[in-house]
Structures are given as structure tokens and as C-alpha cells.
Design a binder for this molecule. Structure first.
Ligand SMILES: C[S@@+](CC[C@H](N)C(=O)[O-])C[C@H]1O[C@@H](n2cnc3c(N)ncnc32)[C@H](O)[C@@H]1O
Length: 177
């Protein structure tokens, strides 16, 4: 889920090739996290890794605000049906609300971790409004200290619909302060 929290400081890599950051990678699924660790190791990079519920800050956060958070959120994966057509059979309509609740919970918790002036990038591979633009609207309504940063999208983030050469994808960039 959460790929990265980065703070200035020590040397790691990857995002990592582009900037001098300290990287923390989190996933509650130990197998997923293991793969992340293997990939980082293969590339010769390093990160602090936590197998944890990212919303349970007491279990992994040292209380020091970070400059950047990437929330690669659990979602219906409705944007990847081209490569994973089984998604159409496996998902039920009610799943959308379930994922939207998880996403809100993670957004709430991870916003606390972001330093003043820092940014949180919210990402899904869903094409559903409830997980994307509506999620953004609700988040902004709850947080007076959050501003949506203009990226390439409109004022509710950018949605990329699935096409021949790419999956469906959504992102919104929030800035604090
Ligand atoms: C869209 S995937 C992100 C995968 C990741 N980018 C990767 O390359 O491995 C969403 C991930 O969120 C994780 N997840 C779901 N709920 C979580 C939570 N509360 N805390 C931490 N991770 C969570 C899932 O295990 C899943 O690996």
C-alpha cells in the first residue's frame, strides 16, 4: 500500500536515484513487502521496511514528520482489467465502498505524518469516482490545511482511463500548510 515516506537525510536510492532521501516502505502483507525488499536489494538500495497497518502509526512511526508520502492505496483495481480481466468477476459493487473506507482511513492517518509544506501523493489503479475524485473532495472538506496541487489533471486530481498502451490510473497531490 504505502510505498514510501521520504525525509531528507541519509542516502538511499530508487525514487531514490533522483533525490537524496531516507525511505520507509510499508505494507501489511509480509510477502508483498518481501518482494519490495528484494527489488531494492537487487538495485543496491536500502529502505526502512515495516510490515504494519500503515494507519496504526504507533506501530511504525517515530513521530518525526516527513516531507513526502506516496500512498499507493488498496483499491478495486478496476483500472487494470485489460491485464487482469478476472477483476470483473471477482469484484462486487459493494467492494467499492469497502475500499473507499480503507482509503479514507489511510489518508487520515498518513496526513498526520506529513510535515508542514510537505506533500502526499494519493494513487489508485481504479477508475471509479468514489475511490478517486470523490475521495479527494471528502479529504479536502475534512482538512483545511490541505491544498490540491495542480498537476497535469483538473482540480480533483488526474484520471487516466485504460487504453491500449496503459492501465487506468488516478493520482492527486496534496500539499500541507
Ligand atoms: C495497490 S497495492 C500497492 C503495491 C505496491 N505498490 C507494490 O508494488 O508492492 C496496495 C497494497 O496495500 C496493502 N495494504 C492494504 N491495506 C493496508 C494497510 N492498512 N496498511 C498497510 N498496507 C496495506 C496491500 O497489502 C497491498 O500490497
Amino acid at each position: 500500500m504505502v510505498d514510501a515516506c521520504a525525509a531528507p537525510g541519509g542516502k538511499t536510492g530508487h525514487i531514490l536515484e533522483l533525490a537524496d532521501v531516507r525511505l520507509t516502505a510499508l505494507d501489511k502483507d509480509s510477502q508483498r513487502l518481501k518482494r519490495v525488499g528484494e527489488n531494492l536489494g537487487r538495485l543496491g538500495y536500502d529502505a526502512r521496511m515495516h510490515c504494519a497497518d500503515a494507519a496504526d502509526l504507533d506501530t511504525w512511526w517515530d513521530g518525526k514528520p516527513v516531507d513526502r508520502v506516496l500512498l499507493d492505496a488498496p483499491c478495486t483495481a478496476s483500472g487494470v482489467v485489460r491485464r487482469h480481466p478476472d477483476v470483473k468477476w471477482l469484484r462486487r459493487e459493494r467492494d467499492i465502498q469497502g475500499f473507499a473506507r480503507q482509503q479514507s482511513r489511510l489518508l487520515e492517518a498518513l496526513w498526520k505524518v506529513v510535515a508542514g509544506g510537505g506533500k502526499l501523493l494519493y494513487v489508485t489503479c481504479s477508475v471509479f469516482q468514489e475511490e478517486n475524485q470523490a475521495q479527494v473532495e471528502r479529504f479536502l472538506a475534512r482538512h483545511a490545511d490541505a491544498r490540491l496541487r495542480a498537476s497535469v489533471g483538473d482540480d480533483k486530481g488526474e484520471l487516466l482511463l485504460p487504453a491500449e498502451d496503459h492501465d487506468g490510473f488516478f493520482h492527486a497531490l496534496f500539499e500541507k500548510g
